[in-house]
Design a protein around this ligand. Structure first.
Ligand code: 5AD
Ligand code: SF4
Length: 439
């Protein structure tokens, strides 16, 4: 076995996918070799997520399994925990799982080659969870991006301190990348055939504060890059999403008409307790404004059910908001207290069964709304960027419209990465189905 082969297992958000690429790049440029199978690696890194308790539980189970394997194999397997859980639990992880060799928080990735070299040569335990943000963005080697899809972090960290959220505690304060650096990176991706680029940040709308610029200006700048590609972005905070952004979305032909604007709750009492800094009325105004300015806009959201003190009436307001906005899709999460956050000091008083029931009701409501929204596409011709073969039926392909609707149709794999026109003839809540019309 190669002494320096590594495999990264990724959990959590798209930011983590991006970070895993970053780690892959940092290690590959220091003589480590990425492998496709966990079994072929002698270094296994977990890229972890702390946002919700359920994800953490799964990751802890995996760490236990891997620790056991390491003891059985006795072949010097190196285990590293990277990302948010590393930052959050550095000292307790070390005590609880003595088989872990490396703990490396989101701001310490640049130290990974050194930590690993030390672990390999002396079997020494290495920790890097520093608050020191020396890195943090070596320009990505475009070939590290798979296929024609790329994720580019435009900023890191978050200053918002929503009361339930661990992110500001583990990822630190907001820090934006200079626009020129992002421009160069994306130009490199586009020149290398990447056609679908997602800009990432915990709150992209506050991009550029410390650089005296803003996110809309970044979109206008990136839109000047020549080539055939789409730009999307995640995530927007309702308190910072402004008219200027919507004009940029409407005017920049590369920027998709898709807005992920997490509402979290439809009740003003809960929004206040969540420290979200907007009311439901203000949120609706923002959505109405965005829809007036951006043609064919699709909108999605995140919701948390069972936040401390959430009454039936509060929950009903969330259902009402979902109907009022008529989202194209939503993620629904059951609240789980995260140690160190403000909300964790409030009693977690909504019973588990009630959280589950509200979760079920809200998901069912979204499904019905999504299905109705999708019916409006029946008979329409849509331009699809073909992403891959359909997982369910390899004879079929799937892709996305410019406003992020998922479309499945019969076609040849040679179309992957190309734009085709599809006439929609059937819809479900999640997917539009149709036939290609420009063969
Ligand atoms: N409990 C449940 N959901 C949470 N989220 C963030 N923190 C928590 C928590 N403690 C959800 C929010 C956020 C998404 C990424 O995860 O809805 O938008
Ligand atoms: Fe967490 Fe709120 Fe920041 Fe999003 S905006 S990462 S929910 S603190």
């Amino acid at each position: 076995m190669h002494k320096k082969t590594f495999f990264i297992k990724v959990w959590g958000c798209q930011m983590n996918l991006y970070d895993a690429d970053l780690i892959r790049d940092i290690l590959a440029s220091s003589g480590f070799m990425p492998v496709d199978n966990e079994e072929d690696a002698n270094i296994i890194l977990f890229q972890t997520c702390s946002v919700r308790e359920s994800a953490e539980r799964k990751i802890f189970n995996h760490i236990s399994l891997l620790s056991r394997r390491k003891r059985q194999l006795k072949n010097g397997l190196i285990i590293g925990i990277c990302g948010c859980m590393a930052q959050n639990y550095a000292s307790s992880l070390n005590k609880k799982y003595p088989d872990i060799d490396i703990i490396c928080g989101p701001n310490g990735y640049i130290d990974l080659p050194n930590l690993l070299e030390t672990a390999l040569s002396r079997g020494k335990f290495g920790v890097s969870t520093s608050e020191d943000k020396r890195v943090a963005y070596p320009v990505l080697n475009p070939s590290a991006i798979k296929g024609f899809q790329g994720y580019v972090a435009v900023m890191r960290g978050c200053d918002n301190f929503c009361s339930y959220c661990i992110v500001p505690h583990v990822r630190g304060r907001e820090k934006s990348r200079p626009p020129e650096e992002i421009y160069t990176e994306i130009k490199g991706l586009v020149d290398n055939g990447v056609k679908d680029i997602t800009l990432l940040g915990q709150n992209v709308n506050s991009y550029g504060k410390e650089l005296k610029t803003d996110f809309a200006s970044l979109l206008y700048l990136l839109n000047t890059i020549k080539g055939d590609f789409r730009l999307r972005f995640l995530t927007s905070h309702p308190k910072d999403a402004e008219e200027k952004l919507f004009h940029a979305m409407a005017e920049c032909d590369k920027v998709c008409s898709y807005l992920h604007l997490p509402m979290q709750s439809g009740s003003n009492v809960i929004l206040e307790k969540m420290n979200r800094k907007y009311t439901r009325e203000k949120y609706f105004e923002t959505i109405d404004l965005a829809r007036r300015i951006v043609p064919d806009l699709t909108v999605s959201s995140d919701f948390i059910v069972g936040f401390p003190g959430e009454t039936n009436d509060d929950f009903e307001k969330t259902c009402d908001a979902m109907r009022r906005v008529c989202y194209d899709s939503s993620f629904v999460f059951k609240y789980s207290p995260r140690e160190g956050t403000d909300a964790a000091r409030l009693p977690d008083d909504v019973p588990k069964e009630v959280k589950e029931e509200r979760n079920r009701v809200l998901l069912a409501l979204q499904e019905a709304i999504s299905h109705d929204n999708n019916k409006t596409y029946l008979g329409k011709n849509l331009r699809i960027l073909v992403e891959d073969k359909s997982k369910r039926n390899p004879e079929r392909l799937f892709g996305r419209t410019e406003n992020f609707k998922r479309v499945v149709f019969a076609g040849d794999a040679s179309l992957i990465g190309r734009i085709v026109e599809v006439k929609i003839n059937r819809v479900t809540a999640l997917t539009l189905f149709g036939e290609q019309i420009n063969v």
